[in-house]
Write a protein that binds this ligand. Structure first.
Ligand SMILES: NC(=O)c1ccc[n+]([C@@H]2O[C@H](COP(=O)([O-])OP(=O)(O)OC[C@H]3O[C@@H](n4cnc5c(N)ncnc54)[C@H](OP(=O)(O)O)[C@@H]3O)[C@@H](O)[C@H]2O)c1
Length: 246
């Protein structure tokens, strides 16, 4: 697909992978709306390119999601919806971790994409468009130290497969990006021994996959996790989880 002049929403586009994506898409000539919860952060991020606009929208706030959809429609519609916003909590279940935080993690990482897709899909079915769900290589092999996060990404992977099958033959294409460990604020809480991919490298692979109409984009170690989860699931689980409580 061509990206020039496309109207794109990147949730969680004010920092991390989402911001690097927004900058790369803007450089391709797309008009990118970045969303997040912090107004000042979004303003600072969007000041980096004239093709990027900020929009405050918490993916757990249904009224805000509807308002975002309406604002996009009023400006000409949505060609690409990128469900990138996410949080990860790493915790030891035996020590306890606030239930509220665990449920909020599900609300952002699971219900967030479902909410966005529910409200954007009717408009997107009226035009050639693409939904991108950003899950994780951990969708293939769970990381025990982040149990709710890993389960959320497995949900998103399964949901994406179902969506793609249902939307085959419509005007909406469904793409999944499964990043490996990427050097962002989120990865700061991970085991320091894990290799980190630069966000620019991840985004270059993503843009290439998007342009080539790939369905599933598995850069770096995500491809190995996918293969190993089929060939030797117990072995790869043990390798990833030598210290399951983090
Ligand atoms: N980094 C990795 O190693 C890695 C690996 C695999 C997959 N991923 C996935 O890639 C995506 C981006 O991760 P990242 O590494 O860029 O994380 P990040 O640096 O922590 O950035 C996450 C972004 O999501 C936004 N966000 C969080 N909660 C939100 C909410 N309720 N509503 C709207 N925006 C929200 C944050 O902005 P505010 O807090 O200002 O709202 C922030 O801009 C996530 O889905 C993550 O699970 C990351």
């Amino acid at each position: 697909m061509k990206l020039s002049q496309k109207r794109i929403v990147v949730t969680g586009g004010g920092s991390g992978i989402g911001l690097v994506m927004a900058l790369a898409l803007a450089a391709e000539g797309a008009h990118v709306v970045i969303t997040g919860r912090g107004e000042a952060k979004l303003a600072e991020a969007s000041s980096q390119h004239t093709n990027i606009s900020p929009y405050v929208c918490d993916v757990t706030d249904e009224a805000a999601v509807v308002a975002l959809r309406d604002a996009m429609d009023a400006a000409g519609g949505t060609d690409v919806l990128i469900n990138n916003a996410g949080v990860m909590h790493r915790f030891d279940v035996t020590k306890g971790f606030p239930l509220e935080k665990q449920l909020q993690e599900i609300d952002i990482d699971v219900s967030g994409p479902v909410r966005l897709i529910h409200h954007f899909l009717p408009g997107m079915l009226q035009r050639e468009s693409v939904i991108v769900n950003v899950s994780s290589g951990l969708a293939y092999v769970p990381y025990a130290a982040a149990p709710v996060y890993s389960a959320s990404k497995a949900f998103l992977h399964s949901y994406t497969l179902g969506l793609r099958a249902q939307l085959a033959g419509t005007s909406v294409r469904v793409v999944e990006l499964l990043p490996p460990v990427v050097d962002t604020e989120m990865a700061a809480q991970l085991d320091p021994s894990f290799a980190r991919m630069a966000p620019e490298k991840l985004v270059a692979a993503f843009i290439k996959g998007l342009k080539n109409n790939a369905d599933e984009i598995t850069p770096g170690q995500s491809a190995q996790l996918k293969l190993m989860s089929r060939l030797a699931p117990r072995f790869i689980f043990q390798q990833l989880n030598k210290n399951p409580r983090g």
